[in-house]
Design a protein around this ligand. Structure first.
Ligand SMILES: Cc1cc2nc3c(=O)[nH]c(=O)nc-3n(C[C@H](O)[C@H](O)[C@H](O)COP(=O)(O)O)c2cc1C
Length: 403
């Protein structure tokens, strides 16, 4: 999961170092946003080292990335720990005078706060009212615990232990795909010509990685079979506790891995761009011009993995295909997609138009989802994550209709 941890200026900030560590070792992609005051307690170096991500407090850094909203939009979960009396007041008022404030306003992810302060501050009517307002808005409050406080006194106000905050926050993610076993393929296969060269395609693997991450964020257990992907595309998925990644190279390897992973799966989503053809005879040594000019490469057709999965699916298993098509207009795109869906026999076919500048290597996508009746079941556009979530909504609708 992509988790933002806001740290505000209380002594308990030292406990949040352990909290971040627990999340990182749990496989999450953690982005720490300290307030300026928090950095008086634990320094930026510690947060960067422990989270393994760059850390900034200011809205004026990395402006080109529109960081003041980007982190909030990407987040699956935001935890503010410790949450000072001041930060709770800022949140209640909707203040946006630092990166944490803008992020909290920009996010639609669940927000968990772990208050920490002296008992008098916690019990002050202002704090009590702020907490009530935040709860009303859906903010989750964990703690504070009753115990020893910094001044040597004791009472409610102590930040909950990092393990408890993590357990509380992650327990929120019993999503609508909870208990579902899912297989997703992604990336582009590479068919070798010789030890150096291959026939490949432009798939970056981003859409498939987002399909896997979205499913995991909604509670599914995911097996992600990844052919070649662009650098960094699998980082978050490989750290996710509910995603197991298998790397493959060729179409044959991908087919084998997907079939093995699919045995117990409820849903199989084939996003990978799989080569239709491979080279008939792969040379053991690098082809050289010294051997004379290469006249042609003989190709043979690869197996149709998707059709094979449909043919051997167990009862109740859903198979979803992706089709990247070039077309002159929307009608031609849909015609091609309908023919393909019928040929493959999939339950849902996600169609996206590709071209020299569309579909591949971009953060956004636009798709049409065809149902088993060849009607448009859903249309989605936006980030590849938004498209992934729309796809899972369509999968759930089909499962609900068939139950
Ligand atoms: C040593 C020390 C410890 C503090 N501990 C807390 C605390 O636990 N809870 C709290 O609400 N404020 C605490 N404060 C006060 C906050 O640091 C202060 O309200 C600050 O403005 C909070 O800024 P922030 O919420 O933007 O991080 C402490 C201040 C100092 C100097």
């Amino acid at each position: 999961m992509f988790i933002v941890v806001g740290v505000t200026g209380g002594i308990a900030a030292y406990k949040t170092v352990q909290l971040v560590r627990l999340l990182v070792t749990g496989g999450h992609d953690v982005h720490v946003i300290p307030t300026d005051d928090a950095l008086r307690f634990v320094g930026l170096t510690t947060w960067e080292a422990i989270s393994r991500n760059p850390v900034t407090t200011s809205v004026h850094e990395d402006v080109s990335e529109v960081r003041h909203v980007a982190l909030g939009r990407k987040a699956d979960l935001v935890i503010v720990a410790p949450a000072t009396a001041n930060s709770l007041a800022s949140m209640t008022a909707g203040l946006a005078d630092d990166l944490l404030g803008t992020t909290l306003l920009a996010t639609s992810a669940p927000v968990v706060v772990a208050p920490a302060m002296h008992t008098e501050m916690w019990q002050h009517p202002a704090t009590v009212a702020n907490i009530a307002t935040l709860r009303e808005r859906g903010v989750h409050v964990v703690g504070p615990a009753d115990g020893l406080l910094t001044g040597g006194d004791s009472g409610p106000g102590r930040m909950s232990e990092p393990e408890d905050v993590v357990a509380f926050a992650l327990a929120l993610f019993t999503g609508d795909l909870d208990g579902l076993e899912v297989v997703v393929s992604t990336g582009g296969t590479r068919e070798p010509i010789d030890p150096v060269r291959y026939i490949g395609n432009r798939s970056s693997g981003r859409q498939g990685a987002e399909v896997a991450l979205a499913a995991a964020a909604r509670g599914a257990r995911v097996r992600l079979v990844a052919a070649h992907v662009d650098g960094g595309v699998l980082d978050a998925a490989s750290r996710h506790p509910r995603i197991a990644v298998t790397r493959v190279g060729t179409a044959a390897e991908l087919g084998e891995a997907v079939r093995a992973a699919s045995a117990d799966a409820n849903v199989v989503v084939m996003v990978a761009a799989v080569a239709d053809y491979r080279v008939a005879e792969v040379s053991d040594r690098k082809l050289s011009k010294e051997d004379g000019p290469l006249q042609s490469l003989e190709l043979v057709q690869n197996e149709d993995i998707l059709a094979g999965l449909v043919g051997s699916r167990r009862s109740g298993q859903m198979i979803v295909g992706f089709a990247a098509e070039t077309a002159t207009d929307a009608d031609e795109l849909l015609d091609r997609a309908r023919r393909k869906r019928r040929r493959k026999g999939v339950d849902l076919l996600v169609v996206n138009e590709v071209g020299w500048s569309a579909g591949f290597e971009t953060p956004d996508n636009r798709v049409v989802v065809l149902g088993a009746d060849d009607e448009v079941a859903a249309e989605a556009s936006g980030t590849k994550r938004q498209v992934a979530d729309a796809l899972w909504d369509a999968v759930l609708a089909v499962r609900a209709a068939s139950n």
